[in-house]
Design a protein around this ligand. Sequence first.
Ligand code: GLY
Length: 565
Amino acid sequence: MLRTKIFTILVLVQGVFAQNILEGDRSVPIESKDGMVVTSHFLASQEALKVLKNGGNAIDAAVTAAFALAVTQPRSGNIGGGGFMLVSNDKTNKVIAIDYREKAPAAAYKDMFLDKDKNVDKKISRFSHKSAGVPGTVAGLALALKKYGTISLSTALKPAIKLAQEGFIITPRFYKGVLSKEKRLKKYKASKDVFFKKDGSAYQVGDRFIQKDLAKTLKRISKYGAQEFYTGKTAKYIVEDMKKHGGLITMNDLKNYSPSIRKPVHGTYRSYDIYSMSPPSSGGAHVVQILNIMENYDISSLGHNSADTIHIMAESMRRAYVDRAEYLGDSDFVKVPLKGLTSKAYAKELSKNITNQRTPSKDLKAGNAPGYESNETTHFSIADKFGNVVSNTYTINFSYGSGIIVNKAGFLLNNEMDDFSAKPGVANAYGLIGGESNKIEPNKRMLSSMSPTIVKKDGKNFLVTGSPGGSRIITTTLQVISNVIDHNLNILAAVSAPRMHHQWFPDEIRIEEGFSKDTIKLLEQKGHKVVQKKSMGAIQSIMIKDGIFYGAADPRRSTSSALGF
Ligand code: GLY
């Protein structure tokens, strides 16, 4: 019965979201034994799979995929942004996190985005050179490779250089993405020259997209190493652009950037171990916190996506997002009470005031949030035959970041400075309210929601997952975990099933298409406002069971691709 329901949902979701199925039957997960790659672009998946087939490990494949995505999916794949990578090895039973999140430039300050009336100037925080944090991607990927990989940086860059130099064929998703941000991408000449033809028209589906400047930048990094980006010609191009347009990043900021190796957040959910990203991401803390609250209920018996389950999830999420606003920030700058937030006792306490009816968000704490839309971060999951798995999420924040390509360097700048709390109590682009913990400070990392996650069962890698989606990343990720653990869904059904989201403010349950009218009615009877909006996230996942990899590419992205061998 449940299986039939899930299959119907799957077909429905695929019908709605998947325009372009590229590798076989998507009604079951892709299965393989020696390696699995799941990314949001088939060209990146193909290149990463070649690395595994040639004997490389998951970290080699991950770095190769990340550089390939920077070329084939410039809306979120990047070298101008930052992210987080979790690496786990079955043999050592260790999980480590590489934090290559962007940092505020040294000249950044608390009120830098406030106008003369002390209101947040969103144009400056989101679409100017000041909106860029110091990029971390190149340093982070190089560190991952050096510590855990087996191939050289130049080998990992080779496919990306080829894709940038020789180009690739434009897909409908690429074409629609550029058109949807035409205004933003035409504002600066360097961006316009990359994304549009000389006459200003858009490249069409089937055209070849070549990025000459980006190819040169990648070649320089390949020849001189990651430091080229931070001290060489590329750094000079970034700083020239900053000086010309009032940006803050200096040569010193770039020279001083370094990624960090961190201990991931660890929690448990019904005998599974959950590892996810620690601050400066809020992801791990709240994935674990929400699952801890849910553990107080028999979610499995309440049923998959039933009104009762959605109610419990929404109330758990609402409470976690209150804490996010209060406590979360860069732990190098503020004390984040991680132990308390992720403790079972605290979750039990929070669950005590969850009733059968909605708790109005205003009773937990007041706030007011707009609903800006962006899903443009990208996640990939990789597993190899040596027992390694990699869960990586990286981003330039919005779709195409600030829309600003660095002149002569060919890559987009992030607009991650908007993830700071520009003014306490005022929501950022995702409607997320922040406070003092996430205020702007020099060299500080802005708070993230990215939640690359690895779930282990009896000490062995079991689930590798993560998603884009701004504030929805946390809730997307934990729903896939619950779908597998509580509802026993196969990984593709878990990834494809319609999702819901609550983030305290706005005080509403946001749902995707695919929930029944009856369910919505029952939720409304509990006092909830239920709003159907665009699809949420693109959760590229792998499940590992009895030595077999099961890959599930999220059908919400038409270029998503799971490939195994
Ligand atoms: N820029 C979105 C995030 O890091 O959460």
